[in-house]
Write a protein that binds this ligand. Structure first.
Ligand code: FMN
Length: 315
């Protein structure tokens, strides 16, 4: 049966606020869900598995108080370096987390375990090959990470990526990378995506885990202030140049370094790092705003853009 991307009419527009390490948390997720926007947080944003239990409790209590909330999700990193995967997955299964957003790694039997309790799995892909593998493993939707995305970025232009993925699978696609506005969400739909996945725009939201230092950098920076490199974590990522310099890293040197040679990609190191990643949509962060205000703004922009687009079409 085709997946209902309105989630029983609870979504105001086809948008998911993407999970972000050391940014997303239950407060953000509940705020977005209460405004009719899907949202999720990474299990590994918590320091320990016990903290993850507390955050899930907070989510369940919070959601129970909301009237017709949009769906919420947990992000699990499938990479073999994630030592908590087994325990975090077991907890998602026990609590029947409605949607699991999986990233970085092979699906193995994780998708089947989530399907067994009735959960949905949306998996990150950055190429047609990834899409083929995730599709065969039974993902319910594919999150196409295109170039310009924050966190672990894609490297392929969004038009090209969607066209390539469509050649290998008919699974629904959620588009990610560089989007910030309601007009962008509509554009993603016109491109054939069923949903837009926006992270960066929400980094400096007042409910997020981001501190005042990070918020200020986000507000002051734009796309020209980012450096794209695989040298820090081994993954393609956009880094805010001024935060590299602050940490004594010469951005020019990174350009000639081998992937992962500057810092090993351990969660513990990333947690203490003041080097900041963001997507190319960073220029749209102009102030610290609440998640609710951001969601309402994006919903209004979406409807205005839709009206403008229909008027254009009928001319
Ligand atoms: C600061 C930051 C942290 C992120 N952490 C994660 C993460 O822990 N897990 C994950 O699957 N994606 C992570 N992402 C990627 C987002 O889920 C999403 O794919 C991306 O933000 C979409 O592109 P955009 O930032 O251009 O909107 C992160 C992104 C950012 C900006």
């Amino acid at each position: 049966m085709a997946l209902d991307f309105t989630f029983g009419g609870t979504l105001k527009i086809p948008l998911c606020v993407a999970p972000m390490f050391l940014v997303s948390n239950p407060q953000m997720t509940l705020a977005a869900c209460s405004r009719g926007i899907m949202c999720g947080f990474p299990a590994h944003s918590t320091r320990t598995h016990a903290d993850f239990v507390h955050w899930l409790n907070e989510m369940e209590t919070g959601v129970a108080k909301l009237d017709a909330p949009a769906p919420w999700a947990i992000n699990l990193v499938l990479h073999r370096t994630n030592e908590r995967l087994e325990a975090d997955l077991a907890l998602c299964i026990e609590r029947k987390v409605p949607i699991v957003l999986t990233s970085k790694g092979a699906p193995n039997d994780v998708f089947a375990k989530i399907h067994d309790y009735g959960g949905l799995v949306f998996h990150d892909v950055a190429s047609a090959r990834h899409a083929e593998i995730a599709s065969e493993a039974g993902a319910d939707a594919l999150i196409a990470i295109s170039s310009g995305a924050g966190g672990k970025s894609g490297t392929v232009n969004p038009f090209a990526l969607l066209n390539e993925i469509r050649q290998v699978t008919e699974k629904p696609i959620i588009l990610a990378g560089g989007m910030s506005t309601g007009r962008d969400v509509l554009a993603a739909e016109v491109m054939g995506a069923r949903m837009a996945y926006i992270g960066t725009r929400f980094i400096a939201a007042s409910e997020s885990l981001s501190d005042a230092y990070t918020d200020q950098i986000m507000v002051e920076s734009s796309a020209k202030d980012l450096l794209f490199s695989t040298a820090l974590t081994g993954a393609p990522q956009h880094w805010v140049k001024s935060t590299l310099v602050e940490e004594g890293i010469n951005p020019d040197e990174l350009l000639s370094m081998r992937p992962g040679s500057r810092v090993k990609p351990t969660a513990a190191k990333a947690r203490h790092s003041r080097v900041k990643t963001a997507g190319q949509g960073i220029g749209m962060i102009r102030s610290v705003e609440t998640v609710g205000d951001l969601c309402d703004q994006i919903v209004a922009e979406y409807h205005n853009a839709k009206k403008e687009f229909s008027a254009q079409q009928s001319r």
